[in-house]
Design a protein around this ligand. Structure first.
Ligand code: SF4
Length: 374
């Protein structure tokens, strides 16, 4: 007979309550026979007050807190590294339970703070200017992992309770690693929780979902989540877009633009943002700017011009400042607000299109040059 061995309690066996919607929370906690009033209190503790553990939920009875702590967890993410740029941008590399990693970036500005949230580990879309697209390891994040990025960032920023006039995290952009519309259900669940009035209470007007153009899912993003839409456009004809945003071969520009025209919440107050990365001699000519203005003429839109952020192995160069300004002027003359985005966090590889987990970077460096697989 084997000797008995003391086994430490397995933390991973506990059910994570973060990421469940209210109905799922009720079902999961059914064995505890909680009244809906108590469930509401628990929800508020989790998302309004940001309680990191059950012990600190002092509005709940002590026996209940102990019971909850024995069976459940409130899954925060574990930061492997935290880097802070000289411009104040913070980038976290979060290690997930299966060992994979994602990056999340907080960008403080004068009147707001934006969290750039990831929806997948890596990305299958291989946009050629994007470092994330070269990452081999890809899986969808769970709703808990998407929300976990927001909650852990708020912990680090000391930004609780959630709704307060001076909150540091005011905006969310689903523009980190991954294509959010390829992980629709989990992104939807996480964002609806982030918008919950009794929880994080973020307005849908302060949340933007960015897609490279998964046309069949765009209508659902508007009708079922209702957040602002951004399109990772980057080209004005199929020839160029097929090359730099390969999903265009499946859903060409005409279909994409029609989906934008049909976007449910579209109006002058809630414009679609078109992101346009400025690639030297690829998509930055005057004729491209004029074509862009023509293409968007009946869509309430704003254009975000993004100077290309170089990464090791990238095949493109950033357009010159003069060229970017000339492009912006053509767009502005045509009546489109076209701010040139100031790269943030470049010194810590946190800028647009630069995200890629450190382990993956190392793995690729050992095995192959970091070029976009197409
Ligand atoms: S730009 Fe977005 S959709 Fe394209 S490869 Fe990068 S993360 Fe994926």
């Amino acid at each position: 007979m084997m000797d008995s061995i003391a086994i430490a309690p397995d933390q991973t066996a506990k059910t994570n309550l973060i990421g469940l919607d209210l109905a799922e929370l009720e079902e999961t906690l059914a064995p505890l026979n909680l009244r809906s009033f108590r469930l509401g209190q628990l929800w508020q503790q989790m998302y309004r007050l940001g309680a990191p553990d059950f012990a600190s939920m002092t509005t709940l009875a002590k026996t209940l807190r102990v019971d909850l702590a024995e069976r459940f967890s409130l899954g925060r993410l574990e930061a492997s590294t935290t880097e802070v740029s000289k411009d104040g941008t913070t980038k976290w590399l979060f290690k997930l339970e299966d060992g994979s990693q994602v990056e999340t970036v907080y960008i403080p500005e004068k009147d707001r703070g934006t969290l750039c949230v990831s929806s997948q580990v890596g990305c299958t879309l291989n946009c050629r200017f994007c470092h994330t697209g070269t990452q081999m390891l890809v899986r969808n994040l769970t709703a808990a992992e998407i929300l976990g990025q927001i909650l852990t960032a708020k912990d680090a920023l000391n930004d609780w309770p959630a709704p307060r006039p001076d909150r540091k995290l005011t905006n969310i952009v689903m523009m980190g690693m991954g294509e959010p519309l390829y992980n629709f259900e989990n992104v939807k669940k996480a964002l609806l929780t982030a918008m919950s009035d009794t929880g994080l209470g973020l307005s849908r007007r302060r949340i933007t979902l960015s897609t490279a153009g998964v046309v069949p899912m765009i209508e659902r993003a508007g009708s079922e989540i209702g957040v602002n839409l951004a399109i990772s456009l980057h080209a004005t004809n199929d020839e160029i877009r097929d090359r730099i945003v390969p999903i265009n071969r499946k859903y060409p520009i005409e279909q994409l633009i029609q989906a934008c025209r049909d976007y449910p919440t579209l109006n002058n107050a809630r414009r679609i943002t078109f992101e346009y990365v400025m690639l030297k001699d690829v998509n930055d000519l005057d004729e491209h700017a004029h074509a862009l203005a023509r293409m968007l003429k009946d869509i309430p839109s704003k254009i975000n011009l993004i100077p290309f952020n170089k990464w090791p192995g990238a095949e493109f160069e950033r357009s010159t400042d003069e060229r970017i300004q000339r492009f912006a002027n053509i767009m502005m003359d045509a009546g489109y607000p076209s701010p040139v985005r100031t790269p943030r966090g470049e010194d810590i590889q946190a800028a647009c299109g630069q995200l890629k987990s450190a382990t993956e970077r190392k793995r690729r460096t050992k095995t192959a040059p970091a070029v976009a697989a197409d």
